[in-house]
Structures are given as C-alpha cells and as structure tokens.
Write a protein that binds this ligand. Sequence first.
Ligand SMILES: CC(C)(C)c1cccc(C(=O)NCC2(NC(=O)c3cccc4nocc34)CCCC2)c1
Length: 245
Amino acid sequence: MRFGVVTLFPEWVEQLTSVGVLERASQNGLISVTGFNPRDHATDNHRSVDDRPFGGGPGMLMQVDTTEAAIIKAREALPNAPVVYLSPQGRALNQPLVQELARLPELILLAGRYEGIDERLVDEHVDLEVSLGDYVLSGGELGAMVLIDAVSRMVPGVLGDQASAEQDSFAAHWLDCPHFTRPVDYRGNTVPEVLRSGHHGRIEAWRLQQSLERSWDRRPDLFERKRLTTTELSMINEHLSTLEK
Ligand SMILES: CC(C)(C)c1cccc(C(=O)NCC2(NC(=O)c3cccc4nocc34)CCCC2)c1
C-alpha cells in the first residue's frame, strides 16, 4: 500500500518507515510513505506557505496555491488515491475505519498546519475528513502517522503470523488482559499460578475473563452494540456477582 502525505514536515512522516514493523514492510515493498511539501512550490523569496485569513482573527492558514500544488503532485504520483484530510472536524478514527482504509491500494493524507486550510480546497480535493480525537494539536502530521501505522498493520504480509494472530485477538474489541514475564516474583508480587500451569484451556479462559472484567470496569461503552458469546456472558455475570458482594 502506498501513502502520500501532503505536509510541511515530510521528514517527520517519512521517519515512520525507519523503525520496526514498518521499516521491514517498507524494505519488502509492502508499503511506502512519500511526503509532498507545499514549501517545494513556494515561489517568493521567503518561501512562505501560509496566508492571512479573510475576516481577520488570530493565526494563519495554509496558503492555497502552494498547498494545492503539493496536493496535485501527490495525486499525479498516486492517481487512484482518495484524499483524507486529518482534521478536528473529521470522522473519528477507529478500527473499523482502519480496516476499510487498509483495503485501498493507495491513500493520500493531507496534514494541516496553522489554523487549517481554505474550505474550498477541502471541497475541491478532500474525499474524507478523519479526526484522531478531541484535543488541540499543532498539526495533522501525528494524525497521519497514527493512521499510517494502524492501516499498515492491516496490510497482508506486514505482520508476521504470530503478530497477526495477536492482532486478531485485539480485534475482538475487548481491552487487553494483564501480561507477565520474568521474574516470577517481582517485589513480592508473583505471577498468577494459572499462567504457569501449562494448562492452555485454563490460561485462555483466564485471559478472556480478565479482558472482559477490565473492559466492563474501564470501558463499558465497548459493550454497546456488541453481541456476547455465552461464555463471555457467563464470565461477566460471574464478575458482577463478585462486585455485588
Ligand atoms: C474541538 C477540538 C478537537 C479540540 C478542536 C477544535 C478546533 C481546532 C482544533 C485544533 O486542534 N486545530 C489545529 C489543527 N488540529 C488538527 O489538525 C487536529 C486536531 C485534533 C484531532 C486531529 N486529528 O487529525 C488532525 C487533528 C487543525 C489545523 C492544524 C492543527 C481542535
């Protein structure tokens, strides 16, 4: 899958493929990340890329002509790519949307800076607005990087068999169970016996029970619109009966 990112800081997003899973995926030709910088199209001697907002007010906007020139360059390089604008007004990024985007062969991401971009650029070039969450950010690059990481992990071959099996367990929507590794006794706190029993059935049941209890206690919203299996239901009921005591 090929990603084009329209950003004033291409070196930032291109760093994504320099470590870990995405580095190997990039070396294997499974993904690529290319920056398109509006500053490369600046013609004035200050190489400015921002412009003043009509109507006044604080802050600047990304300049229309240099930003559009970078978008056009990206669309020439990735002709079948939809354009996703990372913005506070966007649809919240979640795993279902990540899975949808991972089916595309290529994708262009537009990362805003300053106070954002001219609305006419959104109307002309943007197919989908996506938001990372409700907090103020300095730019859309972090959103672009999170999206690229999450989507790339869903591209076949990017994760090894082991990791993609883990991925599937996460995709069950429940929070993760507690994890333990050496030493057995850490400051007097020992690893739960069941995990050292070698009894895989019991271990799997314990992990699901823990995931469900944590999800129930910390993220009850995960239970909305979710059909539980009979096993999951009985585990939750067991947890509730302990809570009521
Ligand atoms: C209500 C609330 C969400 C707090 C809000 C209201 C109005 C503005 C801003 C704000 O942060 N504006 C600045 C910019 N923000 C983002 O790009 C951005 C922000 C958040 C999630 C994102 N996901 O992708 C990109 C994102 C826009 C232009 C450059 C940076 C935030």
